[in-house]
Ligand binder design. Sequence first.
Ligand code: PGA
Length: 264
Amino acid sequence: MRVIIRPSATAACVTAARIIANQVIGQPDSVLGLATGGTPLGSYQELIRLHRAGQLDFSRVTTFNLDEYVGLGPQHAQSYHRFMFSNLFDAINIDPQRVHLPDGLASDLTEACADYERQIVEAGGIDLQLLGIGTDGHIAFNEPGSSLASRTRLKTLARQTVDDNARFFDHSDDVPRLAVTMGVGTILESRQCLLLATGENKAAAIRGAIEGPLTSQNTATALQLHPAAIVVLDQEAASWLSRIDAYRHAESYMPDPDQLESAD
Ligand code: PGA
């Protein structure tokens, strides 16, 4: 696991965006796995900036999002579908036909989940999956106790996640209790995983994810099994790690992840 620690949340978001940008520059028909939440917003702003500067072309990119609330349609202000269009897709030249999110309104959710898995396979699999982490260690909505072999399915949000996400809604009662989410097994099949975390409130979950034992109680620990996982943190999210010096030392031998590759 490569651990990159940046001085600020803004710098961490830029680094994650540059890693995504280099994936797209190197492989213009990349399949990207994308995430919602407060954390990736800075990365999406950097991707939009690079696109507007003529440095990034999304016309051949395909995307799959991690999850969606059950019961919220694409036009609902708090749906992840709407989030993605408002915060990224409307501002870049992506083909909406190549954008995929789980359908939170599907009449047969089990079939819709199986279909989502099929679509990922038909697209050739996910090249780079962006991930956030919950304060309870979840990746996507794989709450504590989720099978580390799980596939896309219906999942109940943990109480802590409902509380954490209430800030996006008028009232905590409005937060949906169910979501469709890629499973941990689905995520681990991505060719590369990129976990982005910022802020002191993520420090405990990040310590567990990187330095704790593998456990379904912190599903981000499953990234320890992934052959190509990168974790990008700000100093606050990294503040509970015990081996910060080792990560910084290892990173000093790595190429600068902020450096954009040339398209040639
Ligand atoms: P956040 O959510 O970016 O809003 O903190 C992360 C997550 O729950 O995965």
